[in-house]
Design a protein around this ligand. Structure first.
Ligand SMILES: Cc1cc2nc3c(=O)[nH]c(=O)nc-3n(C[C@H](O)[C@H](O)[C@H](O)COP(=O)(O)OP(=O)(O)OC[C@H]3O[C@@H](n4cnc5c(N)ncnc54)[C@H](O)[C@@H]3O)c2cc1C
Length: 307
């Protein structure tokens, strides 16, 4: 039983509810309820909530939910989702400022329209700026740490700090920033490039995606980070993981590092599938794969039928 309740907070202007089902908010379409779910009206509202929140209450930030596997038992404490109030894109000299709720694709397109290069790779990553900062997301040879000048971050006590990528310890699909810190916005470096060239670059990247990755399915993108000097998909394929099924979950035939919920998967099925892949790869090549998808929440055991 939860002891965190919306009724215990006063003066909150945003949406604060009990028991919000997280399956509605994740790309994989699974996840039990959050004890508390909060969409702040603005930064001041978020700070007011943080000041009232008991320091023992766990916090989990949720962006577009494109890199999260939330377990069936839901999430203890509060899940915070930044919405409309955090979705501005503004010009700042040669740089662009983007709120944490801006989608990567929206920032890439806005930069392209302004004739600013360097951000086109973001067009094909389906997350938000907040999730991208946490994950140091990237593709086609670029990642967040290459283009971010600094990020604004709200700490657990409601204070706001600014940090550079070096200060955030950003490395391959990782940042060292405190787990309960909240990215509010970031400033991005751009270089001049013609509108047409930006458009062509983005079109090419999206085409490449469509050719190599499953489209229109419930997935979390790359399930595992690439091991040093190799590709996760290659070692999964070599260990017989392509198409492997557990309950309603399977590894994509098209890109075998993508796990897919075919419609009936529980979070348990998906996690079991990932762990079975890790076991097979370890047995086949001795490589210990690291989950790139963030696993969170409480387990709720369900019977799983192995294929
Ligand atoms: C089809 C598909 C393709 C993908 N391709 C790529 C790719 O090419 N490259 C790549 O790097 N990733 C890729 N991903 C994974 C995913 O899109 C990225 O990791 C993305 O950056 C996650 O952003 P999000 O907003 O969805 O974050 P979420 O999935 O919601 O959260 C991810 C992490 O960020 C944290 N977080 C989210 N918002 C905030 C915030 N405001 N403050 C603090 N922490 C926060 C969460 O707590 C969690 O730890 C892909 C995913 C899919 C489904």
């Amino acid at each position: 039983m939860t002891h965190w309740r919306a009724e215990d907070f006063t003066g909150i202007r945003g949406i604060l509810t009990n028991a919000e089902p997280l399956s509605r908010h994740t790309w994989l379409g699974v996840g039990g309820p959050a004890d508390l779910y909060f969409e702040p009206a603005d930064e001041a509202d978020l700070a007011a909530f943080m000041r009232q929140a008991d320091s023992t209450m766990p916090l989990l930030l949720l962006g577009a939910g494109s890199n999260m596997l939330v377990r069936d038992g839901g999430v203890e404490g509060c899940v915070i989702h930044l919405g409309e109030a955090f979705s501005a894109i503004t010009e700042a000299g040669d740089s662009l400022m983007a709120g944490a709720a801006v989608t990567d694709a929206a920032l890439a397109r806005a930069a392209g329209k302004l004739g600013r290069g360097g951000l086109s790779f973001l067009v094909s990553i389906p997350g938000t700026i907040g999730g991208g900062l946490r994950m140091n997301a990237g593709c086609y040879g670029s990642e967040f740490k290459d283009v971010v000048e600094r990020a604004r971050i709200m700490l657990r006590d409601g204070t706001i700090v600014e940090r550079t990528p070096a200060e955030m310890g950003m490395s391959y699909r990782h940042s060292d920033v405190e787990a309960d810190a909240i990215f509010l916005s970031a400033r991005f470096r751009t270089t001049p490039k013609s509108v047409e060239a930006c458009k062509a670059e983005m079109k090419e990247m999206l085409q490449k995606r469509a050719e190599t990755q499953p489209q229109g399915v419930r997935t979390g993108g790359s399930t595992f980070a690439n091991p040093d000097g190799d590709n996760a998909w290659r070692v999964i394929d070599a260990a017989g993981g392509r198409g492997l099924r557990v309950g309603g979950a399977h590894m994509s035939e098209k890109h075998c590092n993508f796990m897919i919920n075919s419609g009936t998967a529980s979070a348990h099925d998906l996690e079991e599938l990932g762990e079975e892949i890790r076991r097979r790869v370890a047995a086949h090549s001795g490589i210990s794969l690291r989950w790139e998808i963030k696993l969170c929440g409480r387990a709720m055991m369900k019977e799983t039928k192995h294929a």
